[in-house]
Design a protein around this ligand. Structure first.
Ligand code: ZN
Length: 500
């Protein structure tokens, strides 16, 4: 999507900003980040002109120009040697189901599943599978995290929920991919009460986006509603509730069903490009270690249907608020005493599609991952008022926890160490880096006050209502921004932090 003209425009934005680099801040403490500063950024980023910041759209171009402009103004630099200064192009493939049909036979006799009970998507423009034998695989993995059944050339029918055994067992997307890698011709995921069927159908019906470099999924994949799955299992002589219960054993091996399926799909496949934004604050005494700040710039774009009063999911809290914080943190760190270590700032794309920009960065880092002493992710930070205790997603390494505690205490803030925040560890960009061994923390008040967070997640979250307004609490975000300035300084301090 981005043309050469766009790249030239980005360079111009950065150059113009250079002329306006602020003079070094007076000696001493960093000026506190204010609600007004954050509000000004959020208002722009979550404005209708940015069209909800969907990857690969004009909204992306505007978002990137704004972030690059602000970071350049702050005094950050493009990463030297990058082919596209400020940007890391990330290639994607979008696929959208056009049509799908499924015909099942049980014991050789036709069995109809109601249209509403199945969702199909294809990997290629068209797929047609005939007479594929069905196997119920439970969670698809055993207690050791390995594929638990022979699925080669078969239709694997798998449960959505996380397996109730094992320590770090993969989520359904990863398990679905493992079944595809094991040779499944098709994978159908049985829906769960946790995600309403209508919501699943909406999200499966809209375009799916994957990294162009991602391993291909099964030729056909999709979902079965709980009712449809139970009806199919019943016809095949199995009780749905009983097989789900049996599947909870880490030794479960699945059951071959007397079921065959003819599956056909038509899909629209479209490659497109998006970008991570990457900037650097060169350290005063670099020792080979680096601090990485990150947050996702993308959101859901035009999410409403024709006729809706508001069709744009503006993503004010999720995550214009996090980008606003990263802009102000960059300004403080660049204008105050220069930190020892290099500090990188990364605004990721396609977090909303499954942390894809962060995964791409983790696969193509501009600084060796082993050099990153800590990654600090900032996401959905405008939830809580001033005075909210500090929770840390990714807690548990005593030396790191001590740095966070010291910084929080300096601001008179209490720590929330009840561990509730950990429930979100897989739902944020830091997970992509953590999976590759980088210590990744998400620190702040937003994930401390669970009733407030749940009120957001059950309300405006991922809806057109996540707009900028005076009602968004920015006091906690401003305090968290100050905390991140302090954390940046602490982790970049060669004497005080060994960089382990
Ligand atoms: Zn989101």
């Amino acid at each position: 999507m981005q043309t050469m003209k766009f790249r030239a425009a980005i360079a111009a934005v950065a150059l113009a900003a250079l002329a306006a680099v602020p003079a070094a801040h007076a000696k001493g403490a960093d000026a506190p980040v204010t609600e007004a500063e954050l509000a000004a950024h959020i208002k722009v980023l979550a404005g209708d002109a940015f069209e909800g910041r969907a990857p690969g759209t004009d909204g992306e171009d505007r978002t990137i120009a704004y972030i690059v402009g602000e970071w350049a103004k702050a005094g950050l630099e493009a990463v030297p040697g990058s082919t596209t200064p400020w940007l890391q192009p990330v290639p994607f493939v979008e696929s959208k189901a056009v049509s799908g049909t499924a015909r099942f036979k049980v014991h050789g006799r036709d069995f109809a599943i109601e249209d509403d009970g199945i969702i199909l998507t294809g990997r290629e423009t068209s797929a047609a599978l005939a007479n594929v034998p069905g196997v119920f695989v439970g969670y698809g993995v055993d207690g050791a995290g390995k594929v638990n059944a022979d699925v080669t050339g078969k239709l694997a029918i798998m449960l959505f929920d996380n397996a109730p055994f094992g320590d770090k067992l993969p989520r359904y997307r990863e398990r679905r991919q493992m079944l595809a890698d094991a040779g499944a011709a098709a994978v159908l995921v049985i829906a769960t009460d946790a995600v309403p069927w209508a919501q699943l159908r909406d999200s499966a019906g809209s375009a799916a986006v994957r990294l162009a470099s991602a391993k291909p999924g099964a030729p056909v994949s999709g979902f079965l509603s709980l009712e449809a799955a139970d009806a199919l299992l019943k016809k095949a002589g199995q009780d749905g509730a009983a097989v789900r219960e049996a599947a909870k054993s880490p030794d479960y091996k699945g059951i071959a069903l007397p079921v065959t399926a003819d599956l056909a799909t038509q899909s629209a496949i479209r490659p497109f490009a998006s970008n991570n934004v990457i900037a650097k604050l060169p350290g005063a005494k670099p020792d080979g270690k680096a601090v990485l700040f990150l947050g996702h710039w993308d959101h859901l774009g035009i999410c409403g249907k024709d006729g809706d009063a508001d069709r744009i999911c503006n993503g004010a809290v999720d995550n214009a608020s996090g980008i606003a914080v990263l802009i102000e943190v960059a300004k403080r760190l660049a204008s105050g005493p220069r930190p020892d270590r290099d500090i990188y700032f990364l605004a990721t794309t396609a977090e909303e599609k499954g942390l894809l920009g962060a995964h791409y960065f983790a696969d193509h880092p501009v600084v060796p991952l082993t050099d990153i002493t800590v990654a600090l992710n900032v996401d959905t930070i405008a939830i809580s008022p001033r005075g909210t205790p500090v929770a840390t997603i990714g807690r548990g390494k005593p030396a790191y926890d001590a740095v966070v505690r010291q910084a929080a205490t300096k601001f008179g803030r209490k720590l929330d160490e009840d561990g509730e925040a950990d429930a979100f560890i897989q739902r944020q960009d830091g997970w992509a880096l953590g999976a590759k061994g980088v210590t990744s923390l998400m620190v702040g008040g937003s994930f401390s006050d669970m009733p407030l967070l749940q009120a957001f997640l059950g309300g405006d979250y991922h809806e057109a209502a996540d707009n900028f307004s005076d009602k968004i609490p920015l006091g906690g975000a401003a305090e968290d921004a100050d905390l991140h300035v302090a954390l940046g300084r602490a982790f970049a301090d060669v004497k005080a932090w060994s960089g382990k």
